[in-house]
Design a protein around this ligand. Sequence first.
Ligand SMILES: NC(=O)C1=CN([C@@H]2O[C@H](COP(=O)(O)OP(=O)(O)OC[C@H]3O[C@@H](n4cnc5c(N)ncnc54)[C@H](O)[C@@H]3O)[C@@H](O)[C@H]2O)C=CC1
Ligand SMILES: O=C(O)C(=O)Cc1ccc(O)cc1
Length: 288
Amino acid sequence: MIARLAVIGVGLIGGSLARALREAGAVGEVVGCGRSLPNLERARELGVIDRFSQDPAEAVVGADMVFLAVPMRAMRGVLETIAPALAPGAVVTDGGSVKGSVVADAGAVFGAPPPFLVPGHPIAGTERSGVEAAFAELYRDRRVILTPVEQTAPEAVDRVEAMWRACGAEVTRMDVSHHDEVLAATSHLPHMLAFGLVDTLARMRENDEIFRYAAGGFRDFTRIASSSPEMWRDICLANREALSAMLGRFSVELADLARLIREEDGDELLALFARAREARDRYIDGVR
Ligand SMILES: NC(=O)C1=CN([C@@H]2O[C@H](COP(=O)(O)OP(=O)(O)OC[C@H]3O[C@@H](n4cnc5c(N)ncnc54)[C@H](O)[C@@H]3O)[C@@H](O)[C@H]2O)C=CC1
Ligand SMILES: O=C(O)C(=O)Cc1ccc(O)cc1
């Protein structure tokens, strides 16, 4: 289906796509590109890629599909570098967590978002990074959101959709700004809460003792605070408007909660917790 795939950024997301497509027999050759030589050598050793180049322009030569899986802040530079080297008919897509910034980056590089660029986002991942963390099953039964814009060629979108389907994913389409608002709420805000909670506790003087007495709930809630700091700095800055709005909204909720506790309003606390539990149970039943 794909003759030559170029993966720019062979980490968790890029490496897992390469592994999944290989397992599905949906790709001929995989060319990797990244900044860390040991990571690229490891990727070749593991059979995730066939060969690599550290120059993105060289890596995309002759590729019919190009997947960008680099941190958000690196997207624009990569697009700039690969632009003159892309094969005619090549489709470019990405796995970045924010979509408005990718569309803006493409606009800045090409004058307008080009027809062959299909912005995308697999709603699947872990708190781990690098090719060692990549696995073929990551995208199985998970959602991938594509956010084509007016300029995007429908044939390019179809090819990217078929690629993700081959990995076992369910593909949906969404408007760019809606994507960024939804993900600010469901993914970016929870990561901020986990990082913020762990940082607050870590900075308390008696933190050694505090962490010793943390229960399972703390562990469950804070797993995502083990995620890559660079990746999350980039996501926050790339989605600053939607994320700031969500953080503002959540601050109001938190202040409200503090007030109910201070005022010993047990009835309202009970109502809030019951509402939240019901919503979470419905969500869990829905994904089961
Ligand atoms: N980790 C996760 O759970 C998810 C991450 N994403 C998005 O996927 C993208 C990649 O994330 P991961 O695979 O987790 O990160 P990762 O850290 O595992 O891999 C990123 C790779 O990009 C390479 N890289 C960095 N700057 C580069 C540049 N200028 N040129 C070429 N290569 C460069 C690094 O060497 C690294 O191998 C990010 O945009 C992230 O927002 C999307 C969904 C889930
Ligand atoms: O580790 C987890 O549970 C995640 O939520 C991973 C994740 C991180 C970033 C994304 O854009 C999508 C998924």
